[in-house]
Design a protein around this ligand. Sequence first.
Ligand code: ADE
Length: 225
Amino acid sequence: MRIDILTLFPEMFTGVLGCSILKRAIDKSYLEVYTHDIRAYTTDKHHRADDYPFGGGAGMVMMIEPIARCIEHLQSERTYDAIYLMAPDGKQFDQHKANEMSMLNNIMILCGHYKGVDERVRELYITEDLSIGDYVLSGGELAAMVITDSLARIIPGVIGDGTSALSDSFQDDLLSAPVYTRPADFRGHRVPDVLLSGNDKLIAEWTMNQQLQRTQERRPDLLEK
Ligand code: ADE
């Protein structure tokens, strides 16, 4: 899978792409991620990528021209399955969306900023707007990182243990069961006996019960699905 991220702040991505599972996915060529500085596609000497909103109002609006040039430059090199805009008024991103997106080959992610992007960008280029939650970030960069990370971990082979991404919370609309490791007894706080029993059937039953109980307590809305 290839992800091209269009941003005003490409430097924000270096830490995230250079660590942990994302770094491994990229190093092992399961995933290619490229950031593109929208400002590099401006034509004026001040490299302006935003301007005042027509009709007035507070805040700046990202201009269509540099974004269009960047998108069209990338489209001239390969075909894209989808172009996503990160925006707080987008469709809520969730695990189902992550699974669906992970099947695509080439995608672009446009990081919105300031008051937003010129509406014609959405009309002409964007396949879908995505939000990562009901709160407003300073820009779409953090949202693009969240989505990139969630896609990387479900690409087959990226996570060492082939089943581990599938047992993540939300994969079956249930939260994960609690997990424990050594020591079996920490100051009198013991790991549940069943996990030490070696009985796979009992462990599977316990795990499913814990998943249901946690989901009921913390996210009953998931059970209603
Ligand atoms: N940009 C600003 N806030 C955002 C959010 N919650 N999700 C996606 N992009 C955003």
